[in-house]
Design a protein around this ligand. Structure first.
Ligand code: C5P
Length: 306
């Protein structure tokens, strides 16, 4: 056992304030016009040099850490290998993940782990990979891995991997209503193709940019939208009850997080968020968190900085 304490990077969950989906592309992905926001639920990823690649998970209460694959297909291991390959290095690392982001929830927890691993190993191995190259490696790993590096509030185009910061003057408060059963992202996109479909490439509404720039919660509430809402409800009709609970509790708006099944409630402020969370708890929801946004992208917590 090595005494090396390793190096820790924190990465946040993401939500999509707007998720516009276009017709499926020849490569099987869908063109997106989305606005991402990083919110205050975190995974902490600690890396240390090792003879072979490994990953271990420790989960916060209410998080199904046992649902994360631990083999070579783990996205954090794939991230580490891709960074080593990019630099022609024959090195490996032990990756220890503390999960505070619900698994398979539509909050991009796996993408957060991949982004955190890229940054952590870049620092541990003193590689100084240029930011655009790190973003390109991230985009190859998954559509929302680049945003997990960037954080804050950002637009996403292409299949979601092309990210640009967006002006956001708000201090938003979200209630995150998790679900004990995860939802497969490809299954929701299939339902989109079968039931919803669209002929047009999506565009982010100007009203959303204006609401973010003004920092006004009522305006933001009116411009939140997710094209995966109907398809997710087709796959998981039980989510209708969660949305109804959010509305009856007095949320400014309810929104499906990414491809679901997590449901987001927009609150007026932190106090309102705590009241909403308590109300959802009393309605029988066991996995409820309060999270502010926007928060930072992947950043180093421990180890030598410099
Ligand atoms: O890029 P990522 O690995 O996160 O995507 C997971 C799955 O979600 C893809 O295999 C695809 O089925 C679906 N997807 C999509 N269009 C996107 C992003 C994801 O169809 N823009």
């Amino acid at each position: 056992m090595s005494a090396d304490p390793g190096l820790t990077v924190r990465a946040a969950a993401k939500i999509n304030l707007y998720l516009g989906v276009g017709p499926v592309r020849p490569d099987g992905f869908h063109p997106l016009a989305t606005v991402y926001q990083a919110i205050g639920l975190y995974d902490d990823v600690t890396v240390a040099d090792a003879d072979r690649w490994s990953v271990s998970i420790e989960a916060a209460p209410g998080i199904a850490g046992d649902q994360v694959p631990l083999g070579a297909d783990n996205i954090a291991v794939r991230a580490g290998r891709s960074l080593a390959a990019r630099h022609g290095l024959d090195r490996a690392a032990a990756i220890a993940i503390h999960k505070g982001i619900p698994v398979a929830g539509g909050l991009a927890g796996g993408s957060a782990d991949a982004a955190a691993t890229l940054l952590a190993l870049d620092r541990l191995w003193e590689l100084d990979t240029p930011e655009d190259e790190l973003l390109a490696l991230a985009g190859d790993l998954g559509s929302d891995v680049p945003f997990a590096l960037l954080g804050g509030t950002a637009s996403g185009h292409g299949r979601g991997e092309l990210v640009e910061p967006v002006a956001d003057r708000g201090s938003w408060w979200w209630v995150v209503v998790g679900n004990e059963t995860g939802l497969s992202t490809p299954a929701v996109y299939r339902a989109f193709d079968e039931h919803t479909g669209t002929a047009h490439d999506p565009v982010i509404p100007a009203a959303l940019f204006a609401a973010l720039a003004a920092g006004e919660a009522d305006r933001l509430a009116a411009s939140l939208a997710n094209d995966l809402h109907e398809p997710a409800l087709a796959v998981r009709p039980d989510l209708g009850r969660t949305f109804a609970h959010g509305r009856s509790a007095g949320a400014l708006a309810t929104l499906l997080s990414g491809s679901g099944p997590t449901v987001l409630l927009l609150a007026r402020d932190a106090t309102h968020a705590r009241l909403l969370a308590a109300e959802l708890g009393s309605l029988g929801h066991e996995r409820v968190w309060v999270a502010p946004g926007p928060v930072a992208g992947a950043h180093q917590l421990t180890g030598l900085i410099g």
